[in-house]
Design a protein around this ligand. Structure first.
Ligand code: G6P
Length: 369
């Protein structure tokens, strides 16, 4: 096992550090930036269906569901296709409206999750075209879907999903871009610009990983917290949910993710000097609004950990700690902002002496209801 961990203390840490190369593997043969093209066989072969689709319904569980939420923002923004994201366990039992003009995308690292599989079977029985985004090659979901695209993240052993999440977002981003180009919702220069920027992501993830030592010092300060709040807006709202899930899963600290602007409708009541609030505040469309959310937290003496774009000054003035990530296009920021959140939960769990790779009561793949 020590050999398999490749010198890292835990599989989770190894998998966090594998993300630059895992994303490169996801790109391989698909992101052809010299030719200004994206090629995804499963999409090319079914392009007519994708172009005729009224909407996309994404079904998934856990972390994969969070990747689906990020994809909703990206598909709608770039390809202008309406997207709904559903918990597979709810979808399968609520008599959903599905037609032959719907495309269902099932996202699953393991490809074995029982609820996701049942949702796929239901969608197929109603005549929808089902596309799988799986990591495990030859898994049940990969076989049951009509077409698909593998994430190629390599084996993920840690129960808390890390590289599977970022590679799922990568595949879904490639799909959204390919469809945007085919639908003409994006100009060729915009498309090229996105490809060039996407290509820089593995290097930028590498750079984001350099915050590790600093994140560890932040973890030391907050490891004994009873609660944590994670806030984000837009593309980074699902990242806030995922950050909170990671902390819950491996450190057993109660954490909640929220859209930053919804804070005033509830969570703000919880904020006092004992509440760490992790705010994703990268330079983006809603940056000023997030800064004013931070001011509201500060006024209530909450402790602020800002995830910011390199060189940020406004959040730095207000926050107790800031963790920088490199600048990129707004729709690609989740691939970078996720990294410090993974590291933060990892270090807290290690400091609390929890079983990081096999947290209590959780399974890597849930093959029962
Ligand atoms: C379990 C795992 C999670 C995972 C979820 C969905 O809860 O512990 O890490 O996100 O199942 O799994 P899947 O394999 O379908 O992505």
């Amino acid at each position: 096992e020590q050999i398999e961990k490749g010198g890292y203390d835990h599989f989770m840490l190894k998998e966090i550090y594998e993300q630059p190369s895992a994303i490169l593997d996801t790109f391989r043969g698909r992101l052809l930036s010299n030719e200004g093209m994206i090629k995804l066989a499963g999409v090319e072969d079914n392009m007519k269906k994708f172009l005729a689709a009224d909407r996309i319904i994404i079904v998934a569980c856990g972390t994969s569901w969070h990747a689906g939420l990020v994809a909703e923002y990206i598909f709608e923004d770039l390809a202008r296709i309406p997207v709904e994201v559903e918990y597979a366990s709810e979808f399968r039992y609520r008599n959903p409206v599905i037609t032959e003009k719907d495309i269902v995308i099932a996202i699953s690292q393991s490809g074995e999750t029982a609820d996701t599989l049942a949702a796929i079977k239901l969608a197929k029985s109603k005549g929808a075209f089902v596309f799988g985004v799986c990591n495990v090659v030859g898994s049940t979901i990969a076989r049951e879907t009509d077409a698909g695209a593998y994430t190629h993240a390599g084996p993920e052993i840690g129960v808390a999903s890390t590289k599977a999440f970022t590679t799922q977002i990568t595949v879904l981003t490639l799909m959204a871009l390919r469809l945007a180009r085919a639908k003409g919702t994006m100009s060729s220069s915009e498309f090229r610009h996105h490809l060039i920027e996407l290509e820089t992501i593995p290097g930028k993830v590498e750079e984001a990983l350099k915050s590790d030592a600093y994140v560890k010092t932040v973890a030391e300060i907050y490891k004994d917290s009873k609660n944590c709040l994670y806030l984000g807006r837009g593309f980074n709202f699902p990242v806030a949910l995922e950050g909170a899930l990671k902390l819950k899963e491996i450190s057993y600290i109660h954490a909640e993710g929220y859209p930053a602007a919804e804070m005033k409708h509830g969570p703000i009541a919880l904020i006092d000097e004992h509440m760490p609030v992790i705010v994703i505040a990268t330079k983006m469309g809603h940056y000023d609004k997030v800064v004013s959310n931070i001011q509201e937290i500060k006024a209530r003496k909450g402790k602020i950990i800002g995830i910011v774009t390199k060189g940020d000054t406004s959040v730095k003035e207000l926050a107790d700690h800031v963790i920088e990530v490199p600048e990129t296009l707004e729709c690609l920021t989740p691939l970078l902002t996720t990294i410090p959140l993974q590291l933060l939960s990892y270090h807290i769990a290690v400091m609390l002496e929890k079983n990081v790779d096999q947290p209590r009561n959780l399974a890597k793949s849930v093959t029962v209801e």
